[in-house]
Every structure is written in C-alpha cells, then in structure tokens.
Design a protein around this ligand. Structure first.
Ligand code: GLU
Length: 303
C-alpha cells in the first residue's frame, strides 16, 4: 500500500519531434534519459511529439523508432501526442475557466517590431491583448502569468530562477493555426504520464520554466529536471535538421554510442567500441552516473 511519503517509481522519457531523422544531438538525450531510467530501475517511455504537422517530415516518426531499435534501446511504452489532443483541450478549458488565459490578436511580426523598438528580447510577449482585443480578431490563446518568478531545480545545472515576465511574457497555449503549443502538450504529458525526472538537452532549459508554470497553475505534479549539454557544430549551432545534422542510422551504432557516453562524461573503456551492442549497454547500465555529466550548456559534436 502506498503511504503518504511513498516515493513514486522512477519514470523517464525521450520525446522526439518527427521533424527529421535522429541525429547525434537527439541520441545524447535518448542515451542519457535511458541510462538514467534503467539505473534507477525505472521505466523509460518513448513519446513521439507529432502535434505540429507543418514541421513534420513524412515517415520521420517510424524512422526515429527504427533507429532507436537499431541502436538497441528498449522502451516500456510508446505514445503519440497526436492521440492526446482531447486531453490538451480539456486542460486548456480548465485554464480558461480559471481566467488564466486570454485571446490574442497580435501577429509575430507586430510583436517583433514592438520589441525591436523597445529593445526587448525578440520572443517576449509585451502583454498587448491582456486587457482586451481592441476590436481585433483573436488569433491565438495565451496563458496569463500571475507568478512570473520561477525556480527550477536541475540535478546537473543546479538551481536557477527565471522571471517569466522578462523572458517569455504570457506565452502561447494554442497557436494561430489552431495547434496546441509545445509547452502545453509537454507540461500536461510529463505530469499526467507520471514522469518523475526529465533528462533532456539544455536547449529546452528555458522551456522547463514555462512547463513547470503550467503544471503549477493546473495543480499538477512537476517532475525533476536534468539538462544535459547540447551537441553543437564548430560554429556553435545546435545540431538539427536546419544545421543539416547527419542521420545516425547510417553510422555504426556501437561507435556512435561510445562517443555519446564519452561526451556524457562516462569514460567508457576503449574496447567497448569493438564489443557487441549488448555488451556496451550492459556497461552503461552498470556504470552510468548522472553526476559525471558535464555541467555545460553545449559540447562540440563529433559528427
Ligand atoms: N520534442 C522536443 C524535441 O524534439 C523535445 C521535447 C522534450 O524533450 O521535452 O526537440
């Protein structure tokens, strides 16, 4: 029987968006989250974040799943965000009923122009429509941020405080094209799917404040966070489809995984490169140590 101080069983996840094939940067997040979950004798879920059809590349979901299988990952559950739209709508309505949202008529261009004139960060929403639409047509739905100071506890990067009124402002929950925002879907999924710790790239560190905020106002549990360094090109650009990152399905898995473990500070022995994939994973399960992951925001990608 669970008691009041019963600790939730560990559950982690890897949550790729099907916007292209798996590259080394995503592999780092997959490897770190997988080994952390296995080391905690927990579950590791694979969640395909397919709620942005304009950015989706046909066939990429299956391609990512196949590459993860080729690399020897074994997941305990496979979920698709596209099958959870009613849930996101339900939580959006809860926020609406609590008067924690408002419709917004501003275009991205208008916001950018305003911020440029005021020397404010480009992505910050100035709150123009908070007091009404002024007869304009609603485009998106935004969250009303009532407690902007958020502290995030990160096992790798340490604790940090962010003032959401200076970084994002009232961010979007439902976009002008009618799609749910990444922040809303991830916040709801991580909490309702019972994730206890999120291990992912530092590029999403700023998003964690937004996601934690959504969970807080909805009265949902928030997971713990651990942001690993992001793999970048020699020019400091994050590996992505835009930076023409290589598809790791074309590389030898053992060598790529060995590189991933090295970059993640785990110091794998050199002979693991030539042994079986099973052997490599066994070494990872036995030796993984989250506290050896470098406390850095980025690392140079070897690919
Ligand atoms: N789907 C996001 C991506 O591929 C990551 C989401 C997350 O880990 O929270 O960049």
């Amino acid at each position: 029987m669970p008691t009041a101080n019963h600790k939730k069983a560990y559950r982690g996840r890897f949550a790729p968006s099907p916007s292209g094939p798996l590259h080394f940067g995503s592999l780092l997040a997959a490897t770190a989250s997988y080994l952390q979950a296995r080391q905690q004798q927990g579950e590791w879920w694979l969640r395909i974040e397919d709620i942005d059809p304009p950015r989706e590349v046909k066939g990429a979901s299956q391609q990512i799943i196949d590459t993860l299988a080729l690399y020897g990952f074994e997941w305990d559950n496979l979920t698709y965000q596209s099958q959870r739209l009613a849930l996101y709508q339900g939580y959006l309505e809860k926020l609406q009923q609590a008067s924690l949202t408002y419709p917004c008529a501003c275009s991205r261009k208008e916001i950018q122009q305003f911020n440029a004139q005021q020397s404010k960060p480009a992505g910050l929403y100035p709150g123009t429509c908070r007091s009404g639409l002024n007869g304009k047509m609603a485009r998106s739905i935004r969250i009303k941020i009532t407690a902007p100071i958020q502290t995030l506890h990160d096992t790798i990067q340490g604790s940090q405080t962010s003032d959401l009124s200076r970084t994002t402002g009232d961010f979007i929950l439902k976009r002008a094209d009618g799609l749910f925002s990444y922040q809303l879907a991830v916040a709801i999924d991580d909490s309702t799917q019972g994730m206890t710790q999120i291990v992912r790239g530092y590029d999403l560190h700023a998003s964690s404040f937004c996601q934690q905020y959504i969970q807080q106002v909805l009265g949902l549990d928030s997971p713990d966070y651990a942001h690993i360094p992001v793999a970048v090109t020699p020019d400091g650009i994050k590996l992505s489809k835009q930076s023409a990152a290589q598809d790791i399905a074309t590389q030898p898995p053992r060598q790529v995984l060995w590189q991933a473990l090295t970059i993640l500070g785990q110091q794998p022995p050199a002979n693991l490169k030539t042994q079986s994939l099973k052997h490599l994973w066994q070494w990872g399960f036995a030796n993984w140590n989250l506290s050896s992951v470098p406390q850095a925001q980025s690392v140079l990608s070897p690919f």
